[in-house]
Design a binder for this molecule. Structure first.
Ligand code: PLP
Length: 400
């Protein structure tokens, strides 16, 4: 190393970097990639949280055409007006929520919408309440904003439904927001509406927002989905995040949105101006085609996910020792492996080493997820069947 590069390497990083937890999903992903590279083994990949389908052809065609026609420049920070209008219409039609186009800002995925929201509303001294098990990125986003995450474990007995008493207990004078993810990643739970209404009421009484992460809202299997802002008493207090990623198999296009009251949308857009300036112009055209074009592909994917959900639930019910709550939405099953030896990370690593099945350890979703493995059923029925055969062999061998 030269003197200059040594000096650069020893220069200190901001404290916030040290406070971040690397997601265990990515750790398993890395182990699987290495295993595949080094041994060429046939691994069944059930750790990945994205649809296995391709983006619908008409969406790709529309984006390509728009790019040829010059949609290759910066756009307004909040996104092109046609798209904000299409998002407003879609949210009203699909989740029953009423946000005017001006109350929507388009972002680089739901991920950026959530990050910008945290930066816009939370800072040092503020707390953000997160019921867990939860998608791990919230806690990191809250820490990056300089605020403090307050995690609230939900109970296994209720299948990880939202417990309004526990969550209300965690809301205090420093709380600026409560994050509600329904349908949930990793449990697939769709929260009871009365529970959401009650949490929203308590949050509102403390001048705290509800951040409703509804990126899986179009993927519910038993009942039609309603966005939190359509039924709580103070919808102006709900900040809704959604995206094209899961609904339209568009994870790589990085296109999502944030919807909320004018003042917060303005703040989010203003923070966004100094991060990405605006989402990709081509992806905005793709999203416009996705939202306004034929919805058959969405319906077909949903039918496929539902069939896989039923298959997973049926197969797990036949296995000894393990069990899983019935997922009501999203494409995850949360498998209780607490009767196997070792923590969830150890079980996930053994399952990879012994059977070549890759899963996401529950501890990565907060303490409440310990003892569980998340299985993604965003994979073909054949591969899911192969994965479950191997999991069954693993469980039977371990429980003998
Ligand atoms: C609960 C939840 N919210 C938000 C996101 C962000 O998705 P995207 O940035 O692709 O829209 C994900 C992605 O996995 C997720 O699981």
């Amino acid at each position: 190393m030269t003197d200059t590069s040594q000096r650069a390497a020893s220069r200190r990083m901001a404290d916030r970097v040290g406070s971040l937890n690397r997601s265990k999903i990515r750790v398993m992903f890395g182990l699987a990639e290495r295993e595949q590279r080094e041994t060429g083994r046939d691994l069944v990949r059930l750790e990945v949280g994205e649809p296995d389908f391709g983006t619908p052809e008409h969406v790709i065609d529309a984006a390509a055409e728009a790019a040829h026609d010059g949609a290759t420049h910066y756009t307004e920070n909040a996104g092109i007006p046609e798209l904000r209008e299409a998002i407003s219409d879609t949210m009203a039609r699909e989740s029953g929520v009423a946000y005017a186009p001006e109350q929507i800002t388009v972002t680089s995925g739901g991920m950026e919408a959530l990050s910008l929201a945290m930066l816009a509303i939370a800072g040092p001294g503020d707390e953000v309440v997160v019921p867990t098990p939860a998608w791990p990125n919230y806690v990191n986003q809250i820490r990056i904003a300089g605020a403090t995450p307050v995690t609230v474990p939900l109970s296994e007995e209720s299948g990880f439904d939202l417990d309004p008493d526990r969550v209300a207990d965690a809301i205090g004078e420093d709380t600026v927001a409560v994050v509600l993810t329904s349908p949930s990643n990793p449990t697939g739970r769709v929260y009871d509406e009365d529970a959401v209404r009650e949490v929203a009421r308590v949050a509102n009484a403390h001048d705290a927002y509800v951040i409703a992460d509804e990126v899986y809202g179009r993927l519910t299997y038993d009942e039609a989905f309603r966005g939190a802002a359509s039924y709580v008493d103070a919808p102006e207090n709900v900040l809704t995040v959604d995206s094209c990623s899961k609904t339209y198999a568009m994870t790589g296009w990085r296109l999502g949105w944030f919807a909320g009251p004018d003042s917060v949308v303005e703040a989010v857009t203003s923070v966004g101006e100094s991060t990405t300036a605006c989402p990709s112009s081509v992806s905005q055209q793709a999203a416009l085609a996705a939202l306004t074009g034929p919805q058959d592909a969405v319906a077909e994917m949903k039918i496929a996910f539902e069939e896989r959900r039923d298959f997973v639930v049926e197969r797990v019910a036949e296995m000894p020792v393990v069990s899983c709550p019935r997922p009501e939405g999203a494409f995850y099953a949360f498998l209780d492996v607490s009767d196997l030896s070792g923590d969830s990370f150890a079980v996930a690593k053994r399952l990879l080493a012994e059977q070549g099945v890759v899963t996401a350890p529950g501890e990565g979703f907060g303490d409440a997820g310990e003892g569980y493995l998340r299985l993604s059923f965003a994979n073909s029925l054949d591969r899911i069947e192969e994965g479950l055969d191997r999991i069954e062999a693993f469980v039977r061998a371990e429980s003998e």
